[in-house]
Design a protein around this ligand. Structure first.
Ligand code: DQA
Length: 148
């Protein structure tokens, strides 16, 4: 039974903890990844965790995941609102995808209200802070179990 999940983070999320903490909080990406590993252990998921500021790199990881994984949790950051290429890549995947945003994008500028990735996501978590990642993993584990 494949229980490998890719957790992908997009541009500027390497600066988590230092970047606009009033919006994104003080937890670092390393903190988020540690929390994901803990949750994954409880859910018997295997994780691949990656962050990149480059669109092509995120697409390459999605291509890798489509061959090997059972699901993706992705915070595409600003590419959420701009990238047809990331949507196209995710559309090649046959497993569940959960979209995560740390902030409540619907409470922010109008350009953040539209997401290309939501067209392919099984579900979206926004505004739960970094807690959104473990919650996304819980949902994904359920979807993977149900697909058995
Ligand atoms: C974000 C929201 C996006 O609008 C923004 O560009 C980000 C982070 C979030 O996690 O709240 O970089 O995806």
């Amino acid at each position: 039974m494949n229980r490998l999940v890719y957790v992908l983070n997009g541009p500027n999320l390497n600066l988590l903890g230092k970047r606009q903490p009033a919006i994104y909080g003080y937890e670092t990406l390393a903190d988020v990844e540690a929390e994901c590993r803990k949750t994954a252990r409880d859910l018997a998921l295997e994780l691949e965790l990656h962050q990149s500021n480059a669109e092509f790199q995120l697409i390459d990881w999605i291509h890798e995941a489509r061959e090997t994984a059972a699901g993706i949790v992705i915070n595409p950051a600003a590419f959420t609102h701009t990238s047809v290429a990331i949507l196209d890549a995710l559309n090649t995947c046959e497993f569940p995808i959960i979209e995560v945003h740390i902030s409540n994008v619907h409470k922010r500028e109008a350009f953040r209200h539209h997401s290309y990735v939501s067209l392919v996501a099984s579900g979206v978590i926004a505004g739960f802070g970094t807690q959104g990642y473990p919650l996304a993993l819980q949902r994904l584990a359920r979807l993977i179990d149900e697909a058995k």
